[in-house]
Design a protein around this ligand. Structure first.
Ligand code: THU
Length: 157
């Protein structure tokens, strides 16, 4: 029997260990949680995406009374980013979340499966890694790429 293992690298950093671009993006993701519409879960998520044209696009989860119709922060951000700047390449994404107590979560939230697959599309279009920053209250998980969060990903490219 042959087998292989897939390992992913997750760096754990304090906010003071981020470079200035990363810190700015993390702060914008945290700020985007303010624009979440989450009356059903009270779980407010924000995402910010840095593009190669210098623009930063943010998004927040948008819920709906018909629950499945809502959208996560990551997808609201990536779909808007590509709709607004279809030529731009994604470079980095930051995600932050506040729990029902209104506080930023201690342990960073990671994107759901559908968001990972959606983000991967834009990483493939970018032709290079899109760095991922998962932002907790006092710590950040830094991953080198979207695909690292989606081992054995489906891709048609
Ligand atoms: N949510 C996100 O926006 N991103 C994630 O990575 C996980 C979950 C949203 C969906 C829903 O509005 C709320 O958080 C609770 O699941």
């Amino acid at each position: 029997m042959k087998q292989f293992e897939i390992t992913i690298k997750v760096e754990v950093l304090g906010y003071d260990e981020l470079n200035s671009d990363e810190e700015q993006l993390a702060l914008l993701a945290r700020e985007a949680t303010e624009r979440s519409y989450a009356p059903y879960s009270n779980f407010r998520v924000g995402a910010a995406i840095a593009l190669d044209n210098g623009e930063i696009v943010s998004g927040a989860n948008q819920e709906n009374v018909a629950y499945p119709s809502g959208t996560c922060a990551e997808r609201s951000a990536c779909f808007y980013a590509h709709a607004r700047y279809p030529q731009a390449k994604f470079r980095r994404i930051a995600v932050a979340a506040r729990g029902t107590d209104g506080e930023f979560v201690a342990d960073p939230v990671a994107p759901c499966g559908a968001c990972r697959q959606s983000l991967l599309e834009y990483e493939m279009l970018a032709g290079g890694p899109v760095e991922v920053l998962l932002c907790g209250k006092d710590k950040v998980y830094r991953l080198p790429s979207v695909v690292s969060m989606l081992p054995l990903a489906f891709t048609d490219f």
